[in-house]
Write a protein that binds this ligand. Structure first.
Ligand code: AP5
Ligand code: MG
Length: 226
């Protein structure tokens, strides 16, 4: 399957993407995670991306599209992929259409995670990430590790993202409203968008998402095509 996961900062894209990709045996590709890896390694691309991420702005399209193009050319995406955080504006969506057209493939579905801003602020304020594995995501209240500050999966150190300060989160939400929401219109015109409520427990959201793409075991409450 070839899927996109779209939703505001803190909607739970990363949390759900790890589970969906494992369930569907497809590659999880998060542009945010890829940029954070470049930043941690101190590459030139990472230094460039870091300035934009700290300011809550999008990283320039030529950089972002290049990163995605490279990922989608890898053999491990042949069985399918789940893009988390890309595309984030109409120009990126058109670039992705072009990349997929060149390979003769298209998208199967676009999952839109819907969540109120107030919930986003609370989820991001309590988020903690593992330094050793980008896919280990915790929350101090909703999904706390057994030992505070330590990853419950691998024992890595937990940290808070630099762009998770409230002022930056509000800027990221503005960018989402002004640019990324337009991506949904792009895919609605192709009949691909399914909206899923991101409220409720992680497993409930996962069940809804799987049902929305026809891979679930349960009825899709809180799901709509639009
Ligand atoms: P990116 O890393 O993609 O950040 P984002 O879109 O702002 O989303 P987040 O990762 O903050 O949230 P999430 O939806 O993944 O939520 P999570 O699962 O962690 O991008 C960062 C930056 O990189 C951008 O601002 C931009 O500068 C740049 N960038 C990235 N892609 C780009 C692109 N395509 N073009 C240009 N620039 C780009 O969950 C959040 C918290 O909630 C966690 O603590 C989690 O435990 C908790 N939680 C999750 N689900 C639930 C639940 N059901 N109930 C309770 N708590 C929950
Ligand atoms: Mg994320």
């Amino acid at each position: 399957m070839r899927l996109l996961l779209i939703g505001p900062p803190g909607a739970g894209k990363g949390t759900q993407a790890v589970r969906l990709a494992a369930h569907l045996s497809i590659q999880h590709i998060s542009t945010g995670d890829l940029f954070r890896e470049h930043i941690a390694q101190g590459t030139e691309l990472g230094q460039n991306a870091d300035k934009h991420i700290r300011a809550g702005r999008l990283v320039p399209d030529e950089v972002t599209v290049g990163v995605i193009e490279e990922c989608l050319a890898r053999p491990d995406t042949e069985r399918g992929f789940l893009l988390d955080g890309f595309p984030r504006n109409p120009a990126q969506a058109e670039a992705l259409d072009g990349i997929l057209a060149d390979t003769g493939s298209g998208l199967d579905a676009v999952l839109n995670l819907e969540i109120p801003d107030a919930e986003v602020i609370s989820r991001i304020a309590g988020r903690r990430l593992c330094r050793q594995d980008r896919e280990h995501i915790f929350h101090v209240d909703h999904n706390p590790p057994e030992v505070a500050g330590t990853c419950a999966v691998c024992g890595g150190e937990l940290y808070q993202r630099d762009d998770d300060r409230e002022a930056t989160v509000r800027r990221r939400l503005e960018v989402y409203g002004s640019e990324t929401a337009l991506v949904l219109d792009h895919y609605r015109a192709q009949g691909l968008v399914t909206t899923v409520s991101a409220l409720g427990r992680v497993q409930e959201v996962l069940d809804r998402a799987l049902a929305a793409i026809g891979k679930g075991r349960v009825a899709a409450s809180g799901t709509s095509s639009n």
